[in-house]
Every structure is written in structure tokens, then in C-alpha cells.
Design a protein around this ligand. Sequence first.
Ligand code: 8DG
Length: 201
Amino acid sequence: MASELPPGITHLQPLVEYSAGGSEREWTPFTKIKQYTNAFIIDKQEGKILLGYKKRGIGAGYFNGFGGKVEPGETPAEAASRELQEEAGIDAPLRECGTLFFHVPGLENAFDIHIFVADEYSGMITETEEMRPQWFSTSAMPPTTQAPGEPALLPIQYDHMWADDIHWFPLLLANKKFAGRADFADDGKTLMKWWFGSEDS
Ligand SMILES: Nc1nc2c([nH]c(=O)n2[C@H]2C[C@H](O)[C@@H](COP(=O)(O)OP(=O)(O)OP(=O)(O)O)O2)c(=O)[nH]1
């Protein structure tokens, strides 16, 4: 169990350290916290996860889950469902599985990102102005069995994602509850320091 969690992590249950690293410097101070969401569909039977290529805004050019700001009067769960519908055209029985506290120096606010997951969805997955949805294999190896005529799914493209994601995606994929913090450099891309833990080791 971590003796002292990074500032910003408010997870109620004890956490076991999973991945930590980066520079020795202190966690960057922040003044405001904004609530965000990020939602993933994971089809365990077929071994695939739905991500979207972000076409604009924060994290443009990266693959990510679907999400955005929690609007005034909304719960994070309501915001996550709304954003999933707005960005991918689908509905899903989302459950909150983790939190990512994220900070870039120079930005007034830190991001408290509520991570949601579902293993099924309804509706038709649709490309939107913000996101181009794409399934990826959850296995490091490309799947060997494919439906006839279907292209093999790529493994998750960590080198085209936020630099912290590789440190907590394994917890998401293993269905573990987790929380963590990632501090970035001024460029908003280079990961300077991180800590992630899960409820079970
Ligand atoms: N996986 C991952 N997602 C991140 C990281 N940092 C970060 O902001 N995000 C997510 C949180 C949100 O889902 C998304 C940023 O939301 P957005 O671009 O839609 O924000 P916005 O202000 O435009 O909000 P909105 O208009 O969609 O409500 O990026 C990170 O380090 N890893």
C-alpha cells in the first residue's frame, strides 16, 4: 500500500502501487480542479477495445476513450453517457472503474478524469466531428482467428496515445479498480512523473 498518495488522488479504498516513476521533483501544485470523463467499451469475448482517434481539442491526434467535461448539474456518470453518445453514437451500461488526476504546468486547472468501462453497448458506432472510432485488440499479439474477410485488429497503439496510458491500461484491461496521477511537462506531451495504484495487487 502506498504510504502517501500523490495530491489530488481522493480514492477512498486503499491502493496498492502498480506503476510509479519519473523525476524526483515534487508534484506540481494546482489551484483548480475540473472534472472530466473518459469511457471505454471492452468486448472480452472477442478480445477487443473501442478507442477513438481524436480529431480536435485536447489530445488531438491520439487514440483515447470517449469523454469530455462534466457540465454543471451533471454527475460524472451522466456526463460519461452523454459524451459516449455525442462522440461515438452509442449507449452503454457504464461503470466507473478508475480515476486519473492529470496536470500540465501552466494550465490553471488540473483534470480529474473519471474513467468508465462497459462490456456491451447498443446503437451503431458512428464517426463524429470529434472522434473516429476504431477497435483494437486487447492482446499484445494480433488475434490469430478472424472472421473471414475481416482485417486483423491492431494491438493498442500506446505510441499514439497519452504517455501515461501505458501505465494504467493494464489495470483497465484486467478489470481492476484504480487511481493515479500523471504530471506532464510544459509541452503537454512529455510525462514527467506518475503514480498508479489499484485496489487489488
Ligand atoms: N487516456 C487519457 N485521457 C486523457 C488524458 N488527459 C486528458 O485530458 N484525457 C482525456 C479526458 C477527456 O476525455 C479528454 C479531453 O476532453 P475534451 O477534449 O473532449 O475536452 P473539452 O474541453 O473539449 O470537453 P468537451 O467539449 O468534449 O466537453 O481527454 C490522459 O492522460 N489519458
